[in-house]
Design a protein around this ligand. Structure first.
Ligand SMILES: Nc1ncnc2c1ncn2[C@@H]1O[C@H](COP(=O)(O)OP(=O)(O)O)[C@@H](O)[C@H]1O
Ligand SMILES: O=P(O)(O)OC[C@H]1O[C@](O)(COP(=O)(O)O)[C@@H](O)[C@@H]1O
Ligand SMILES: [Mg+2]
Length: 374
């Protein structure tokens, strides 16, 4: 069947580069395939509620450097578990997947490009498998936690924001002889923390993949102080947790059960201050990591993903996702990409390189750390 109308939606948390994908989908539809692109608003909720618009070149002029997404997004709405407000005002969870099928037909869509993270792509995979919808996925997330692709767009921009924050914290930490904590995003993966920590010269990096203890962390501060550096920089991934302890959540959506991580660095700060007497300050970087203009590598990756996803859709290769492997854009089965999260391998070269230059992850022998700075 020839694809004449191609839907595109953005789901999950936004990531810098989403607009670059949308632009690439629209441009390649119009310039290369003579297909009509249709934008679906606010992620899957646009499909459930039928909120959509045909996209033209006028809609996408100038969006390449813009953060956010012109289509809107949500990280709450799963059509298979959809929050529905009854006339009496009570919210309940319903299966709205048949509404998706009806609107798909109503909008005359022949295929759909879903730009999303692990959550949205899992929904897309289910829509393909259970509802038979012709779907192609594009991986997005600042967290870089999607399997089957070496990197996602948005990650480089987030890393740059976090590294810049560390540079700024460095000077004030040094001036005041303080321990500065920077909490970064990433959910259950420590990619942003590890990369930003390396780029920004952190002394300690706490990631979810390596449960930490306070003793080696404080030993690092003391060792630095002895060498005339009475200040230290700590990057804390929002999903990090102490050995035997648990992750910290900021909020839980009562209806959908969705939980938002955040706040672990305040507990870490309190514990460090009490145990060591150091003056500690906390910065939670938050959505600054997700906002703003994508850096050039994210714009390029996003453009390549958009072009390739459109080609796959036009060729009828559904149930697939575009991915970056060895510098090339390839297609992989969606099911392969959504099976498990891509987390930092604890014995990776990157972790070893960090350890080799004295960065502490919190699982070291404190005596070795104390002795390490000479
Ligand atoms: N494994 C999963 N299977 C199905 N739905 C999921 C899964 N994980 C998350 N979701 C749902 O997908 C939506 C978006 O997920 P989220 O993780 O916030 O965004 P992203 O697409 O960026 O990963 C939310 O409605 C969430 O409830
Ligand atoms: O925007 P919210 O709802 O505060 O969500 C915050 C979460 O979204 C992210 O920024 C991005 O995650 P996703 O790419 O999976 O949507 C996480 O790093 C963070 O935990
Ligand atoms: Mg996700």
């Amino acid at each position: 069947m020839k694809v004449r109308r191609l839907g595109v939606l953005t789901g999950g948390g936004d990531a810098p580069g989403l607009n670059a994908v949308i632009r690439a989908v629209v441009k390649s539809c119009l310039f290369s395939h003579r297909v009509t692109p249709v934008g679906i608003y606010d992620g899957f909720s646009g499909l459930v509620e039928g909120k959509a618009k045909e996209l033209e070149l006028d809609d996408i002029w100038g969006i390449l450097p813009r953060g956010g997404t012109i289509l809107g997004t949500t990280n709450r709405h799963n059509p298979f578990r959809y929050p529905f407000r009854r006339p009496d005002g009570v919210e309940e969870i319903v299966d709205a997947s048949q509404a998706v099928v009806r609107n798909f037909e109503k909008l005359g869509l022949d295929a759909l490009v879903v730009i999303g993270g692990d959550g949205s792509l899992a929904i897309a995979e289910r829509m393909h498998r259970e509802l038979g919808l012709p779907v192609v996925g594009v991986p997005k997330t600042i967290d870089n936690d999607i399997s089957a692709t070496e990197v996602t767009f948005g990650f480089a921009t987030a890393m740059e924001a976090a590294a810049d924050a560390l540079d700024r914290l460095h000077t004030t930490a040094e001036a005041h002889h303080r321990v500065m904590l920077l909490e970064v995003m990433g959910r259950d993966a420590g990619w942003i923390a590890l990369h930003a920590g390396l780029a920004g010269g952190a002394d300690v990096i706490l990631i979810p993949e390596i449960p930490f203890r306070f003793e080696p962390v404080i030993a690092k501060f003391r060792a630095r102080e002895r060498r005339g550096r009475p200040f230290s920089l700590v990057v804390v991934a929002e999903g990090a947790a102490p050995q035997g302890g648990s992750q910290v959540f900021q909020a839980e959506d009562k209806v959908t059960g969705w939980k938002r991580l955040g706040g672990i660095s305040y507990l870490v700060a309190q514990e460090i201050a009490e145990r060591s007497g150091y003056e500690v300050r906390v910065t939670v970087l938050g959505h600054i990591q997700r906002g703003g203009s994508p850096v050039p590598v994210d714009r390029i990756l996003a453009t390549r993903f958009g072009v390739e996803a459109t080609r796959l859709a036009v060729e009828g290769q559904f149930g697939t996702m575009v991915a970056l492997q060895c510098g090339e854009i390839v297609s992989v089965p969606l099911s392969e990409a959504v099976g498990h999260l891509k987390r930092v391998p604890v014995n990776s070269q990157l972790v070893k390189a960090a350890r080799a230059i004295g960065i502490v992850f919190g699982d070291e022998d404190p005596e070795m750390v104390e002795a390490s700075e000479g």
